[in-house]
Design a binder for this molecule. Structure first.
Ligand code: AMP
Length: 495
């Protein structure tokens, strides 16, 4: 159920900002959370990204901070009053951009700090004084230790994507940060799931929270058409070409389970003529933002990403999501396909299933409570086999399966191979990666070269090679696909 923002009696500068955003009615999480946050109560909210939860916490929070608005140039008059913590740089950047838009007609200041960027410009911003500070935990601790951020006047703290913060191993950092905050404060916790760990976190740091739950974590939007195609590892790229062509899909996210597989798949698809960018934990912050921006502008058709790198990305209207690898966690399946079919738009989620994925598919079936039909893909005659086969031959010669993993790795190998998710990041490299260096016998020079963290050389996709070293530009919300891939979809044959 949705209702109008006008029922909220938002202050004029906030109401004006909302109107300028073009929001007509509140989303369910907003309708439920905003009135509660306006009363200053603690909230435990179960909501996925894409539900409008950023506005759900930031609008009432800004409204309550309006009493502190002032035009003084003295930093002392602009202490941090609200702290918003997020697990990844991209999320922090996105949320900070949204908050800046909601606050743009107020005199409240906001900024964002996250790792992988020079601390100096962040320090300058912090020293000027800001009322709303958006941060990733590791970098915030660096600023606290450097005495750039003082948190003793914080009235509101938001733990956003709390489950993912725990997943990444941020609990000790969160505990330290929360120990610097006044006891008397409002705490808002948002999480896709209410796992026992999240409940423990909430019982330690929230006081009589109001629980708000708008979408169950195992629900997949009815607007997403979910297809599961049988494809062995050698055929997966061909399958992607076929689906893109037959469904006339211009842009898509492609999910893989490892950073290595992500970089390689992006390069292969680029070589096969698709404008592709990779988004994974080994990319520098600048590269990640550039990749996102290029995708949003339609300069890139395919964004190949790992789960951690893609979590919460706010890109509207992605027509399709591919699971090149079936995710190890069924919950990641729900998060992945939540990138498409947003806000009532229709979307397509294609999962490519190889022989060894049966158990993972059964897990997904159990979670989404839907029977999964495995289908065969009918390939067009004019499918450019040769071009793709060239790449596959290189893979075979390299003794690889093409997705950076030879079958599903088990135990420690699987953990190492996938995007970094556990343990605290090193002091130096917080929000950076842990290196995975596979030892692969290879005759292809490309595979003999160890995987490099920030490929920008000859092998890099065109968009990466041409990127400028200029300052980080803002991420546009517009997706303007340029390429046209037109053909009729041939019905898949049930295997
Ligand atoms: P979030 O879940 O906060 O990441 O928001 C997802 C997207 O929904 C963002 O692009 C918001 O700008 C947009 N959004 C938030 N609230 C509304 C609303 N009430 N109506 C339409 N779009 C919204």
């Amino acid at each position: 159920m949705t209702s109008s923002f006008s029922n909220l009696s938002l202050a004029e500068p906030l109401a004006r900002a909302v109107a300028e955003m073009g929001y007509e009615s509140m989303t369910p999480i907003q309708a439920q959370a905003i009135p509660v946050v306006l009363t200053g109560q603690d909230v435990m909210g179960a909501a996925q990204t894409g539900t409008g939860k950023t506005a759900a916490f930031s609008l009432p929070l800004l409204q309550r901070l309006l009493k502190h608005e002032n035009t003084s140039t003295s930093p002392a008059r602009h202490p941090v009053r609200a702290l918003v913590l997020l697990p990844t740089r991209e999320l922090a950047d996105q949320v900070a951009q949204q908050i800046a838009l909601y606050a743009k007609h107020t005199k409240l200041r906001s900024t964002v700090v996250f790792g992988g960027m020079d601390m100096k410009p962040q320090t300058l911003e912090l020293k000027k004084g800001v009322e709303v500070l958006v941060a990733t935990p590791g970098r915030l601790l660096d600023h606290i230790e450097a005495k750039n951020a003082v948190l003793n006047q914080v009235e509101y703290v938001v733990l956003d994507e709390a489950d993912r913060m725990l997943d990444i191993g941020f609990l000790p950092d969160l505990q330290r940060i929360l120990s610097y905050l006044p006891k008397q404060r409002t705490t808002l916790l948002f999480s896709a799931t209410f796992s026992p760990e999240i409940k423990r976190l909430a019982s330690s740091y929230l006081q009589n929270p109001i629980t708000i739950e708008v979408a169950r974590p195992n629900e997949t939007a009815s607007t997403v058409e979910q297809r599961f195609y049988s494809a062995n590892d050698d055929d997966k790229r061909r399958a992607i070409h076929q689906v893109l062509k037959s469904r006339s899909i211009k842009q898509a996210f492609i999910f893989v389970n490892s950073k290595l597989g992500c970089a390689r798949l992006a390069r292969s698809l680029e070589r096969e003529g698709l404008k592709t960018a990779a988004l994974h934990g080994d990319k520098s912050q600048d590269e990640r933002l550039k990749a996102l921006e290029a995708f949003k502008k339609g300069e890139v058709d395919l964004l190949v990403c790992t789960d951690v790198a893609a979590r919460g990305l706010d890109i509207k209207d992605v027509p399709a999501v591919f699971n090149f690898d079936v995710p190890f966690n069924a919950e990641d399946y729900v998060h992945r396909i939540g990138r498409t079919g947003r806000a009532g738009a229709s979307g397509l989620a294609v999962t490519l299933v190889s022989g060894s994925d049966a158990r993972l598919v059964a897990d997904i079936e159990k979670l989404i409570k839907k029977k999964i039909e495995l289908e065969a893909i009918e390939y067009d005659e004019d499918q450019p086999r040769g071009r793709i086969n060239d790449g596959r031959r290189a893979w075979r010669e390299a003794g690889e399966t093409g997705d950076g993993r030879d079958g599903i790795p088990s135990g420690p190998r699987r953990e190492r191979d996938r995007e970094y998710r556990g343990g605290r990041e090193s002091r130096e490299g917080r929000e950076q990666h842990r290196g995975f260096r596979p030892a692969v016998a290879s005759r292809d020079p490309f595979f003999e070269k160890p995987y490099e963290a920030s490929p920008a050389g000859d092998n890099a996709p065109a968009w990466e090679a041409s990127r400028s070293a200029g300052p980080r530009s803002s991420v546009s919300a517009n997706i303007k696909p340029k390429r046209k891939v037109a053909a009729l979809f041939k019905a898949a044959v049930t295997s």
